[in-house]
Ligand binder design. Structure first.
Ligand code: PMP
Ligand code: GLN
Length: 391
């Protein structure tokens, strides 16, 4: 037996614990209302759980096929044909253990050492560690609040002859924005002009509000054969712990993705795959009702916080909205604010600076509204008292 590595050893610094885990652990320890990490309150929708329970008892629990159950691959392709007018075939869909595995498999499959990967900040926390582990070099374009606009000039300035991949998230966590049609067209144009492969993390595609559609980049001219589209059943069916996701791409790319997936998890629990396949076949009302519920929760939290003296940024999608501390007249940075509300108000939130590799905006705080009305009301009341006490 050797001694444990000393605490200062570089291996401990390579990958810090995520802000989501840190904040959720503090919320568990203190009993704070957790509006930090994004997950809906409660066990999950009853019919989704029932479908998984039925499959667990009546279907095989042995290894399913490596790229996923054909029934689920077909259901995903059909879902995208109905909802996003895409023409994917089942072999172009590879089932993974969550979108996180899909991201990892895609990057391991496609990034060669020294390739530059273009990304937009604020960005989801897994991107940079995964790109670096795959041997890629992150090239990050930082967007500016409150409208987070993409410009051709900023993107072109970041592209070099070594840029091979564009990795985007749309709708965007943490900002709750949806890329505009002209921004998607610009990205497609740049991908084609610079021969980039696009990796599109679209896990929030079913949580777009106010009647707006989700537009996948893979559907734009020139993108069908150079895009990997990633989705997550955890988000679509409000069961974040299930970790069932997928990556969709034209056959040549899909083959490479499957080969990376086979050495990561190889397969994903079959009962959950059966349940997701069943759920994707339910009438469209099911998702529409769920979306309407989240939209009402967004509006409830936004209105309550506004009344309590917080400046709330608009949220068009996801389970998140942000408050602007500066515009609220609060002279705390995002991290100090989150530290204080967890201890003094009993509410956990996420500082947006955690979503930047450098030069973060430090005055925005993300709150998750995928909670019951009672929980949201209680959180609003606590944050209102805290705001008052700040003066
Ligand atoms: N990408 C984004 C943008 C996310 O917000 C999340 C989780 N919230 C994931 C990926 C991970 O999804 P999964 O839980 O399916 O791995
Ligand atoms: N995606 C979730 C969020 O943004 C967190 C998932 C995780 O903890 N890895 O809150």
């Amino acid at each position: 037996m050797t001694d444990a590595l000393p605490l200062g050893h570089p291996v401990y610094r390579a990958m810090p614990t995520t802000i989501f885990e840190k904040m959720s652990a503090r919320a568990r320890d203190t009993g704070a209302i957790n509006l930090g990490q994004g997950f809906p309150e409660g066990p999950g929708p009853r019919d989704v759980l029932q479908a998984a329970a039925d499959a667990l008892l009546t279907r095989s629990s042995q290894y399913p096929p490596m790229p996923g159950l054909v029934e689920l691959r077909t259901a995903v392709a059909d879902h995208y044909a109905r909802h996003q007018q895409l023409d994917l075939s089942p072999p172009e869909v590879i089932i993974t253990s969550g979108a996180t595995e899909a991201l990892c498999a895609t990057l391991l499959a496609l990034v060669r050492p020294g390739d530059e990967v273009l990304m937009l900040a604020p960005l989801y926390d897994a991107y940079i560690p995964l790109v670096e582990r795959a041997g890629g070099i992150p090239k990050v374009v930082t967007l500016t609040p409150p409208d987070w606009r993409l410009t051709r000039q900023a993107l072109e300035a970041a592209i070099t002859p070594r840029t091979r991949i564009l990795l985007i998230n749309n709708p965007v966590n943490p900002t709750g924005i949806v890329l505009r049609d002209e921004e998607l067209a610009l990205l497609a144009d740049l991908c084609v002009a610079h021969d980039l492969i696009a990796i599109c993390d679209e896990v929030w595609e079913e949580t777009v509000y106010d009647g707006h559609p989700h537009r996948p980049l893979i559907g734009l001219p020139g993108m069908r054969n150079r895009t990997v589209k990633i989705g997550s059943a955890g988000k679509i069916f409000s069961v974040t712990g299930w970790k069932v996701g997928w990556m969709c791409a034209a056959p040549a790319l899909a083959t490479l993705l499957a080969r990376a997936h086979q050495f990561l998890t190889f397969t994903t629990p079959p009962n959950l795959q059966w349940a997701v396949a069943a759920g994707l076949g339910w009438p469209d009302d099911w998702l529409a009702e769920q979306r309407a519920t989240y939209q009402a929760s967004r509006d409830r939290l936004a209105a309550g916080l506004a009344k309590a003296g917080y400046a709330v940024l608009p949220s068009a999608a996801t389970w998140f909205l942000s408050i602007d501390l500066r515009a609220s007249g609060i002279a705390l940075d995002d991290m100090s604010f989150c530290d204080r509300i967890i201890d003094e108000a009993g509410v956990a939130a996420i500082p947006l600076s955690a979503f930047y590799p450098a030069a973060p905006a430090t005055y925005l705080v993300r709150l998750c509204f995928a909670k019951t009305d009672a929980t949201l009301d209680q959180a609003i009341e606590r944050l209102a008292l805290f705001r008052k006490a700040l003066g």
